[in-house]
Design a protein around this ligand. Sequence first.
Ligand code: ZN
Ligand code: ZN
Ligand code: ZN
Length: 480
Amino acid sequence: MNGTRTTERAAAPPVPADIPGTPSGAVSGWRLVVTGISARARAARDLDGLWLTPGTRAALPDGALVLAVDVHDAPRRWTITALRVTPGGLEEAGRWQRRSPLGPREVTALRALLAGDAAGHTVRVLAEPNPAPAVCRSCGEALPAGQGLAHRTPAGPVTTCRPCPVPPFGVNPDAGRCADCSGWVTAGEGLLAPAPGAPGRYRPVHHNCPDQPLPGPPLRAATWCTECRTTIAAGTGYWDRGPHHAPGHCARPDDGLPRWSLRVPARESTDWAPGQVRRIRHTPTAGEPALPEGLPGGRILADTGYMTVLAHVLDTRTTSGGTFALVRAATWMEAVPLLAAEFDQALATRPDGGTFLARQVVERICGDTGWVAEITGHDPRHGLTRKFLRPQTDYDQADARGHRGVLDAWTLRPRRVYEVSSPLGPPAKDWRAVRARLGRRARVTAEHRAFVRVTAEGDIVEITEEEVQAWLAVALEWMS
Ligand SMILES: [Zn+2]
Ligand SMILES: [Zn+2]
Ligand SMILES: [Zn+2]
């Protein structure tokens, strides 16, 4: 129980409090938020604390101890007041009248009033007495110096009389949510207003709150809604951890088909256009549900939700981060032509008794070597799993330095698909300098990459990535 109360107190917001001004008749006075009283303290100079100007408005922790001392003349006497900060403001906790300054008796009384966590108390000055004559920003009343409060705000001091609240003022330097309607206010387009429940903090506020405020910064370009996955027209939506339609403007499509967006692979052979049907690979991001099973052309590739499916392109858009496509699962009607083409490709690569081996030869150029990998399946990160094969190397035709004529050779089998990388000469003109700078293994030629397979006649032919995918889809069944 006690522990709970301590926690609540630590989390309690600071209380705005008016530190008493110097009363009429006093010749001087001082105010101190007491944070510590040592065991040997006997006088005012032995107190630890934070000094405040009389008449200041400050945010103080609940339970803080404020000491106010005023000196009067003729006869000379001291008025000592101990004040405690409560959620409702300052409360008098002790008062002494003396013919001498604060002494050991008052110090002992103050020590008894000091909160256990006083050493951690901090003070935030919200407003100070206005140093020069001013006019109340709220009610227009003329205020002689010291009669009003000059509030510390991000736009400089704003003076009001003591009872008047700070009205909206200035220009909001930062964007944020409106203190009145919670709608988004762009930097410089509104005013500043005191933040509710946070003394000394200011928030943007609209000049006139709109009927339908946007909850986040407006979107300038057209994009796709995170919630309904349909297009948001330029200048109509807002951003909140993703693009959204303006409240109440989501148009959830009634086809019931899952929609998502994806980055168009950089090495894609043809442009993506709305209306096309593509075979894509999809891994749900954290928190995103996996696509339902049984979609046209859908195949689950790993138990992480990684799958391949036929997608109908709805829209594309290119940003500095790449080209993106908004897609939905294809319907069976849309999927039929592609499924038929995949089936034809699968038939063409079907094992048909061909047993010829083929020899893939790649010449090294200035030390740059090629590689051959067998494609064995899908990999969620790299798209395809590759098994790199070891070459046989032939130096018979090599020139003296081995810059040309070194041949690496691999045996390729039918009923497999491979990826081949070969260096593409000639090397860069300054290739020796490149190696000298970046090391012996630095690449100095371009690279040619291709997917290949061996025909029944023993020829090596290039195939597309789509053919690789089609082959992988059926290969496991044929090979088992
Ligand atoms: Zn006023
Ligand atoms: Zn507003
Ligand atoms: Zn929407």
